[in-house]
Design a protein around this ligand. Structure first.
Ligand code: SAH
Ligand code: DHB
Ligand code: MG
Length: 223
C-alpha cells in the first residue's frame, strides 16, 4: 500500500510538473536497454536538482556517479552559456552509455565524463586547479561518501551547494549496528557533518518511486 501510493503520487507529480523531454526519455531508454541498474534519480528529483543548480546560478557543476547520465542531463539543463558539468564514473560501460546519451542530447560539449574510481579521478581533477564547482552532486558508492565530501570541500567555494543522495536508506541510517557499508558510509558522513564548521547542512527524508530515502543539502560557508 505505501509504496503503491508513493509511486502513484510521484507519477502524478511528474506528469503534472515535469515536461516530457526527448533527451531525458531517450537516456533512460538507452540505459535500460543496455541493462544498467534502474537507480537514476526520479524525474521530479532530477528537476529538483536542476532547479537548485539554477537557483544558485551554478556554472561549474560536479557529479560523482554518472550511471547513464540521466541526472547529468538534468544538471546540464541548469547551465548558463559557457557552463560545464564534470561527471565521474567508475564503470566503463556506464560511461559509454552516458556519453552516447549526452551526444544524442546535444550536450557532449558541455559534459565531461571522467572514467575511473572517483577516489582516483578526484585528485586528478583537483590537480588541474579547476574553477571552483558551484554545485556538487554526490551519488556514487555510499561507503565513500565521507571521502567524496572531503574532496568536494576542496573543490568548492563559499556559497557552493553540495547535495548527497541516498542518505536515509529505508531508515536504516539510524541503525548504529548496521553492517551495510552504505549505511555505515552515510553514518560516518553524518558524524563528519556534525562537527564540520565550514558548512551548514540538513537532511530531508523522501518517499516516491525510489522508495523511502532522502538527501542531504550542505551549503558551503567557508573553505
Ligand atoms: N547519478 C545517476 C545515478 C548514479 S548510480 C543518476 O541519478 O542518473 C551510481 C553510479 O556510481 C553507478 O553508475 C556506479 O557505477 C558509480 N560508482 C560506483 N562506485 C564508484 C566509484 N568508486 N567511483 C565512481 N563511480 C562509482
Ligand atoms: C542505489 C544507488 C543510488 O544512487 C540510488 O539513488 C538508489 C539505489 C543502489 O546502489 O542501490
Ligand atoms: Mg542516488
Amino acid at each position: 500500500m505505501t509504496q503503491d501510493i508513493w509511486t502513484t503520487v510521484d507519477n502524478y507529480v511528474s506528469e503534472m510538473l515535469v515536461s516530457p523531454d526527448k533527451a531525458l526519455d531517450a537516456a533512460l531508454e538507452a540505459s535500460s536497454d543496455a541493462g544498467l541498474p534502474e537507480i537514476a534519480v526520479a524525474p521530479n528529483q532530477g528537476k529538483f536538482l536542476m532547479l537548485l543548480a539554477r537557483s544558485i546560478n551554478a556554472r561549474n557543476i560536479l557529479e560523482i556517479g554518472t550511471l547513464g547520465g540521466y541526472s547529468t542531463i538534468w544538471l546540464a539543463r541548469a547551465l548558463p552559456e559557457g557552463g560545464r558539468v564534470v561527471t565521474l564514473e567508475a564503470v566503463a560501460r556506464h560511461a559509454e552509455v552516458a556519453r552516447a546519451n549526452f551526444k544524442r542530447a546535444g550536450l557532449a560539449d558541455v559534459i565531461d565524463v571522467r572514467l575511473g574510481k572517483a577516489l582516483d579521478t578526484l585528485p586528478r581533477l583537483a590537480a588541474e586547479k579547476p574553477d571552483p564547482f558551484d554545485f556538487i552532486f554526490i551519488d556514487a558508492d555510499k561507503e565513500n561518501i565521507p571521502d567524496y565530501f572531503t574532496w568536494s570541500l576542496k573543490l568548492a567555494r563559499p556559497g557552493s551547494m553540495i547535495i548527497v543522495d541516498n542518505v536515509i536508506r529505508d531508515g536504516e541510517v539510524i541503525n548504529a549496528r548496521s553492517k551495510d557499508p552504505s549505511v555505515r558510509g552515510v553514518r560516518r558522513f553524518n558524524e563528519m557533518l556534525k562537527d564540520e564548521k565550514r558548512v551548514s547542512a540538513t537532511s530531508i527524508q523522501t518517499v516516491g518511486v525510489k522508495g523511502y530515502d532522502g538527501f542531504t543539502l550542505a551549503l558551503v560557508d567557508k573553505v
